[in-house]
Design a protein around this ligand. Structure first.
Ligand code: ME8
Length: 684
């Protein structure tokens, strides 16, 4: 049987507000872990989504005079757009208004009823719409005839509560109390960190009360018809609706055999991430009890991270200055530094993961983020890469060719496998700040080695051979850093990998095998992290909030190099436009290795390439000069259309065409092969 993929989840977010850095944090952490597992060769199923059946969603839609479902479609698309811009590599996006969720939820409720886990009762209590939670009389206070939550915690609403009295269906949560305690006793590693585990154990020991799973409402998933008193009732948005998304997405109770089989292969989740406020009651008590009632295996690990404040203030819609929207913020970093937008996104990702220990609270400071960008990325990693590659490329050094070893040992490269192991353990334990700390210690050591060894003095004295091993160790360190940072900073990691002339897929092993063979060529590099102007970063978060509501991202500024994501747009259904396999077979695609490259005079966009196809060398003119320098192209494996009729461009014959991908933001990337393959190999 195939190996079980690593199954990781984030909460599904309410879509009545815009995603801010707090939401982004969970996504970034989950993404770092997912990417780390993929690097280690694991198949990953990374699930996220949106929680759309909350009454507050319907109310916001109503206030805006919108059809709730249409409103949800638009907002869910906005959430996806933000995650895409942040390079969140989710494999599945579950929306609770989708049929693949609604139908299994109804089946679950029916099953719970049939199996005797539900009973009818009357529910009366004070309901907080913003918190989507009932409160007992004793947990409220009355002021001027209205009821409010008594001693509301930081994140609870201070608005008046609504009195609700209705027939309801109750899940017999109390019957799972002992079983849950026994499970947690036998599996101490399931609930993390330790503080949350202890909090959960005392919550359960205080006694669990049966919990209402239905509401009289007109927005939500209707109760199934086989349950008595189902009329006018919908499933409570939290339980089991939202929680069940983790099971419905991979295919629980699906009627499609393939999807149902997918569920069998995937279940249970290996890691479920969320913040501490929704951990104890919802994820560590109700969710596992529900799974037990359905005879489903429990998740292997539930982890609660801390809460972010912004400049010391709680993030709240009522305090717009605290709402930092990740795209607007990344644009600002890009604008004040000149870094590409995806690199600015990496800077945000890095800051979030480095700044606080995963599991404790943190304070987001825009200026703090820029300070870290300058010290750790521009001066640290960026500087190391730049100095190393310039040293390699310069004619009085090594002309771009990795020199042979002269047998000297600077003690850095030999340490890298051990340090890779330490970083690996930290990523596996969700100790992101620990992993990044170790990586930056290595970067600091490498930069210091350059300063101590003063290679420029040796070159000046004509003793270039003496720095061959220093350069080799620095290149290895850059490769090591590309691999180890890539879960946190995927764009930067891949960019470093590419300029080091690596064409094969990056794996975790590439942090252990860092040796460069003599004669290997690297590409030239522009500074990856240009210094940011700290003075231009205002500390008021309102600057990073889009003004249009309900949710939109800013258009890209004209004078910046940002490759900002476009807004998702409703697409017209397209007519299928198929070709046959015979049509495709007419196109002869082959791999080639670029052996020479130069600019075409007076043609800004054209490079003239000589491409080795194994049996012959072709001249190809490619419109890529604004994206690739001639030096960068040498040694690249490209894919060409080999049977295109030759044509003449600017007086040169072009004997084929290079394949490249480009997007609306003007990013262009050549199609290559994931492993070095002989020139001339057919591509099918
Ligand atoms: O609770 N700091 O959705 P939600 C850190 N739909 N993380 C934060 C944060 C902050 N200040 N603010 C939000 C819900 N988050 C339910 C979940 S799951 C079955 C249903 C993150 O939109 C954090 O991950 O209120 C938190 O758990 C989540 O957003 C809550 O998002």
């Amino acid at each position: 049987m195939a190996e079980k993929p690593f199954f990781i989840t984030t909460p599904i977010y309410y879509i009545n507000s815009v995603p801010h850095v707090g939401h982004a944090y969970t996504q970034i952490a989950a993404d770092a872990r997912a990417r780390f597992e993929r690097l280690r060769g694991k198949k990953v199923y990374f699930l996220t989504g949106t929680d759309e059946n909350a009454i507050k969603v319907a109310r916001v839609a109503q206030e805006q005079g919108r059809d709730p479902l249409e409103f949800c479609d638009e907002l869910a698309a906005s959430f996806r757009a933000v995650w895409d811009a942040l390079n969140i590599s989710y494999d599945d996006f579950n929306r609770t208004t989708e049929a693949r969720h609604r139908i299994p939820v109804q089946r679950v409720v029916q099953k719970l009823w049939d199996d005797g886990h539900l009973e009818l009762g009357t529910y009366s209590g004070w309901y907080s719409v913003p918190d989507e939670t009932f409160f007992r009389e004793e947990d409220t206070v009355e002021i001027d005839g209205a009821h409010y939550i008594k001693n509301p915690s930081e994140d609870q609403s201070k608005a008046p509560l609504e009195w609700i009295e209705e027939t309801s269906h109750f899940f017999k949560l109390s019957t799972f109390q002992d079983a849950l305690l026994a499970t947690y006793d036998q599996n101490p590693e399931m609930l993390r960190p330790e503080t949350r585990r202890n909090e959960t154990l005392s919550f359960i020991r205080m006694g669990l009360r049966d919990t209402s799973i239905s509401r009289v409402q007109d927005w939500g998933i209707p109760l199934p018809a086989g349950v008595p008193e189902h009329e006018n009732h919908v499933v409570y948005v939290w339980f089991p609706d939202a929680l069940l998304n983790y099971a419905t997405a991979p295919g629980y109770l699906s009627e499609n055999p393939e999807t149902a089989q997918h569920f069998e292969q995937i279940w249970p989740p290996d890691l479920q991430l969320m913040s501490k406020d929704i951990f104890t009651k919802f994820h560590a008590t109700m969710w596992p009890a529900l799974l037990k009632s359905l005879d489903l295996e429990l998740p292997r690990e539930l982890f609660a991270h801390g809460f972010w404040t912004v400049n010391g203030r709680k993030i709240s819609k009522r305090d717009p200055e605290t709402i930092i929207e990740p795209i607007a913020f990344s644009r600002k970093i890009s604008e004040i530094s000149g870094a590409d937008f995806p690199i600015a996104v990496d800077a945000l990702r890095y800051y979030c993961l480095r700044e606080v220990t995963f599991g404790v609270d943190g304070d987001f400071s825009p200026q703090g983020c820029v300070a870290r960008y300058n010290s750790d990325l521009a001066n640290g990693l960026g500087n190391l890469l730049q100095r190393t590659l310039v040293m390699l490329q310069k004619p009085d050094y090594f002309h771009g060719v990795v020199p042979a070893s002269q047998g000297r040992d600077f003690g850095l490269q030999s340490d890298l496998p051990r340090l890779a192991q330490s970083v690996e353990q930290d990523y596996a334990a969700l100790n992101f700040s620990g992993a990044l700390n170790t990586i930056w210690e290595v970067i600091g050591r490498a930069n210091k080695l350059i300063e101590d060894e003063k290679p420029w003095a040796k070159v000046k004295a004509g003793r270039v051979d003496e720095i061959a091993d220093l350069l080799r160790e620095l290149l290895s360190t850059c490769q090591w850093a590309a691999v180890t940072t890539s879960p946190a900073m995927p764009t930067a990691g891949a960019a470093i990998w590419r300029v080091l002339g690596r064409v094969e897929s990056m794996t975790w092993q590439s942090a252990l095998d860092t040796e460069f063979v003599a004669g290997h060529r690297c590409l030239t590099v522009q500074p990856l992290f240009p210094r940011a102007d700290l003075a231009k970063m205002e500390d008021g978060a309102a600057k990073f909030t889009t003004k249009e509501k309900p949710m939109n991202s800013n258009p890209p500024t004209e004078n910046s190099t940002l490759q900002a994501p476009a807004q998702p747009q409703a697409q017209e259904p397209k007519e299928a436009n198929f070709i046959t396999i015979d049509d495709f077979a007419k196109v002869e695609l082959r791999t080639g290795k670029v052996v020479e490259a130069e600019r075409v005079p007076k043609a800004d966009k054209l490079l003239r390439l000589q491409v080795d196809l194994g049996s012959e060398t072709r001249q190809i003119l490619a419109g890529i000069a604004q994206h690739y320098s001639p030096d960068e192209m040498i040694g690249c494996i490209v894919v060409i259309v080999a049977n295109l009729a030759p044509r003449t461009l600017r007086g040169y014959e072009s004997q084929g065409m290079l394949l490249a991908a480009s997007n609306d933001e003007g990013v262009l990337s050549l199609v290559t092969t994931s492993a070095e393959i002989a020139p001339g190999a057919p591509v099918r």
